[in-house]
Design a binder for this molecule. Structure first.
Ligand code: NI
Length: 397
C-alpha cells in the first residue's frame, strides 16, 4: 500500500506548497507569457532530479520521472496561465500585476502538480513505468495543449494515458467530483456579418435595413436549439455582441453579430453551424441583403475515458475516503483544452472542491474575489500521485 507513504509525504510539503501557490498567485502571467512561472516550475523539477524540457509551445514545461521498474507512461497535466482581470481580494499574496489575476485557479493546478512531482520523486522504486509532469501555457486562450502536442510531448516516451484536474468552487473542499463520458463542451465561436443598404432613418423603404435582418436572424437562431435538437441533448447558442449603426437617424450599411456555440459531440459541432448558415442565408436573401458567416472551432469537448475515471475514483477514495467522491451526472458547458490530450490518449479530467464557507471561500471562477481553500493543495497532490501509481501498477508490462 502506498497510501500511508503518500499521505506522509504530502503532509510534509504542505507549507512549501502554500508558499509556492502564493508566489505564483502574486505574479500572474497570461497565456504564452508564463515566463517566470515556467522558470519556477522548470527549476523545481530539475531540483527534484527530473528530465526537464522547457519552452515547449512557447512557455510549456515537462518533467519526466523514470520509475525504477519498466511499464507504461502516464501524463499528469496542469495549466499555468492567468486571466486578464483585476483582483479585488485583500490578501498578502494579492496580484502585484495590474490587470492580471489567477481567478481560475491555475496557480493551484501548477502547485499541486509540483507537489505530486515532489511526492513521486521520492518513490521511484515503487514506480513501474514513467510519469510525465506537463505544465502547459494558455488554457484560457489561445490554447497551449495543442501547441505542446504538436511539438511532440506525447512521443518519446510514448504517453499511454493522461490525467488533469481543475479547482471547483461549487464543491466543498475535501471532495472531488468525477464525470463519466461527456464532461465539458466544445466552446466554439462564430461571427455573422449582415450587409444591407444604408440610408435615412426617415425613409426605410429606400434602404435594406441590416438591423432588421439581424434581429430576425437573432430570433430564429434559437430555434436551432429549441426546435431542431433533441431536447435531452445539451447545446447552447449565445449571441454576445451585436454591433451596428452610428447615429439615431441613419440606417447602417451592415451589422455584426458575434457569439458562442457550446456542444458536447463532434456531430453537433457539424450540425449546428450548418443549420445556422441555412437560416442566415434564407433570411438575408428574403430581405435582399448579403452575409458573411464564419464558424471558428475552439477546443474539442472534454470526454472522459471510463477506465481512467475509475482510476481517479479509486485513488480519491483511498486518499479522501469514498464518501468524499462526488459523481456528477450532468456536464458543464464550459470548455477546457485538456480535451486535446484526450483526443490522443485515454484520459480523465476531474474537479477538486475548493469551497469553504467557514473561511469565506465561496466565490465562483473568474470572479475578482475568487480564492481557494489552500488545504486542498497537498490533497490534490496526493490524489494525483496515488492515481498515477494505481494506473502504472494495474498496467505493468
Ligand atoms: Ni481554468
Amino acid at each position: 500500500m502506498n497510501k500511508d507513504l503518500i499521505l506522509k509525504l504530502s503532509n510534509n510539503i504542505r507549507s512549501e506548497l502554500i508558499k509556492i501557490r502564493r508566489q505564483i498567485h502574486a505574479y500572474p502571467e497570461p497565456g504564452l507569457e508564463e515566463v517566470k512561472t515556467a522558470k519556477l516550475v522548470g527549476d523545481k523539477l530539475e531540483e527534484l532530479g527530473l528530465e526537464v524540457k522547457r519552452n515547449i509551445g512557447v512557455t510549456g514545461v515537462t518533467g519526466l520521472l523514470r520509475g525504477e521498474k519498466p511499464g507504461k507512461t502516464i501524463l499528469l497535466r496542469a495549466d499555468m496561465d492567468c486571466l486578464r482581470m483585476k483582483e479585488l481580494n485583500h490578501v498578502e499574496y494579492k496580484s502585484t500585476r495590474k490587470g492580471f489575476m489567477h481567478a481560475c485557479g491555475h496557480d493551484a493546478h501548477t502547485t499541486w502538480l509540483l507537489g505530486a512531482a515532489m511526492i513521486l520523486s521520492q518513490m521511484k522504486e515503487k514506480i513501474s513505468g514513467d510519469i510525465l509532469f506537463l505544465f502547459q501555457p494558455a488554457e484560457e486562450g489561445p490554447g497551449g495543449a495543442d501547441r505542446m502536442i504538436k511539438e511532440g510531448v506525447l512521443d518519446n516516451p510514448k504517453v499511454d494515458a493522461a490525467l488533469g484536474a481543475h479547482v471547483w468552487p461549487d464543491l466543498e473542499s475535501g471532495k472531488i467530483g468525477l464525470t463519466y463520458n461527456s464532461m465539458m463542451a466544445a466552446p466554439d465561436m462564430f461571427k455573422i456579418k449582415i450587409y444591407g443598404k444604408g440610408g435615412h432613418g426617415a425613409h426605410p423603404n429606400n434602404t435594406i435595413d441590416p438591423i432588421s435582418i439581424g434581429c430576425q436572424i437573432y430570433m430564429s437562431l434559437q430555434t436551432i436549439i429549441s426546435r431542431q435538437i433533441n431536447p435531452v441533448e445539451p447545446a447552447v447558442l449565445s449571441i454576445t455582441q451585436f454591433n451596428g449603426g452610428s447615429a439615431h437617424n441613419v440606417i447602417p450599411d451592415n451589422v455584426e453579430m458575434i457569439g458562442t456555440v457550446r456542444s458536447l459531440t463532434e456531430e453537433m459541432r457539424e450540425f449546428i453551424p450548418a443549420s445556422m448558415e441555412k437560416l442566415i442565408k434564407g433570411i438575408t436573401k428574403a430581405n435582399g441583403g448579403t452575409y458573411e458567416f464564419k464558424y471558428i472551432p475552439y477546443y474539442p469537448p472534454v470526454i472522459n475515458d471510463t477506465y481512467m475515471v475509475d482510476i481517479v475514483k479509486e485513488a480519491g477514495g483511498i486518499i479522501l475516503g469514498e464518501d468524499n467522491i462526488y459523481i456528477n451526472s450532468v456536464p458543464t458547458m464550459g470548455g477546457e483544452d485538456f480535451s486535446y490530450f484526450q483526443q490522443k490518449v485515454p484520459g480523465a479530467f476531474f474537479v477538486v472542491g475548493t469551497r469553504n464557507g467557514e473561511k469565506g471561500i465561496t466565490n465562483s471562477l473568474h470572479n475578482p474575489y475568487f480564492n481557494i481553500d489552500e488545504d486542498i493543495l497537498p490533497q490534490a497532490s496526493a490524489i494525483l500521485s496515488e492515481a498515477a501509481l494505481l494506473y502504472l501498477d494495474k498496467n505493468k508490462s
